[in-house]
Write a protein that binds this ligand. Structure first.
Ligand code: SF4
Ligand code: FES
Length: 265
């Protein structure tokens, strides 16, 4: 019989129960993943009984309430609280999403909160995104001109687009790089060191589509790789999970089509 050994730190040890104040009557239970590399112990899931009469309506409000009143060591990222910065992405109730835009009332029963799956954890709900950001840098996420571009007219400050050219960026520019999509993709789980993943490929498409960019050909050639691009098997978890309602799977499909057109055209 094959014996499978789980990776180090994958077994959970029993967590702590943090009780609500005695006078609280409106209580929800939050089960929160905890991991601290400094204490050399396996992770645990702590339970917090939150007094909802003193807590806002979003999952991020509950985390802030827990940190402020129950356990100051709880660690998570957040900044804008408006679904704009992408820093509070985590797995809530089994789905990767933004804690700041996920309403507690939309979750039935206890609320389960884990870090983005299949990423190394720095502490508690904070994943290590170093590799994802390095992959993002690899696609050169800025507009590139080349020497053949017409010089801008004297005093002109912008490279203009027609409304039609600008429209091609819709569904792409809105990405906030929360990496919820990449962390939901089985291909990225298994080949995340070589497959760029849906978030970075959607960003690549954002620059491929931009009429002001002069390096479309080079960008497509750079992506034509059995791992970087073609490890997408159209599983669609990315599109199903994106908290901004974007469609990374369609963006990847369009890149593949453009590569074929480049070769045959
Ligand atoms: S495509 Fe959606 S899920 Fe993926 S990084 Fe962008 S905003 Fe987040
Ligand atoms: S805190 Fe900025 S997206 Fe949630």
């Amino acid at each position: 019989m094959v014996e499978i050994r789980l990776p180090k730190n994958s077994r959970l040890r029993p967590g702590k129960l943090h009780k609500a104040p005695l006078d609280a009557t409106n209580i929800r239970k939050f089960h929160v993943y905890r991991y601290n590399p400094d204490d050399k112990e396996n992770p645990q899931v702590d339970t917090f009984e939150v007094n909802m009469d003193q807590c806002g309506s979003m999952v991020l409000d509950a985390l802030i309430h827990i940190k402020s009143t129950m356990d100051p060591t709880l660690t998570f990222r957040r900044s804008c609280r408006e679904g704009i910065c992408g820093s509070c992405s985590m797995n809530v109730d089994g789905t990767n999403t933004l804690a700041c835009t996920k309403a507690i009332d939309d979750i039935k029963g206890d609320v389960k909160i884990f870090p983005l799956p299949h990423m190394p954890v720095i502490k508690d709900l904070v994943p290590d995104l170093s590799m994802a950001y390095a992959q993002y840098a690899s696609i050169k996420p800025w507009l590139q001109g080349d020497e053949s571009m017409e010089p801008l007219e004297e005093n002109a400050r912008e490279r203009l687009q027609t409304p039609e050219e600008r429209k091609k960026l819709d569904g792409l520019w809105e990405c906030i790089l929360c990496f919820s999509c990449s962390a939901s993709c089985p291909s990225y789980w298994w080949n995340g060191d070589r497959y760029l993943g849906p978030a970075v490929l959607l960003q690549a498409q954002r620059f491929i589509q931009d009429s002001r960019d002069e390096k479309t050909e080079e960008r497509l050639q750079e992506l034509e790789d059995p791992f970087k691009l073609y490890r997408c098997h159209t599983i669609m978890n990315c599109t199903n999970t994106c908290p901004k309602g974007l469609n990374p799977a369609a963006a990847i499909g369009d890149i593949k089509k453009k590569i074929v057109a480049q070769k045959t055209g």
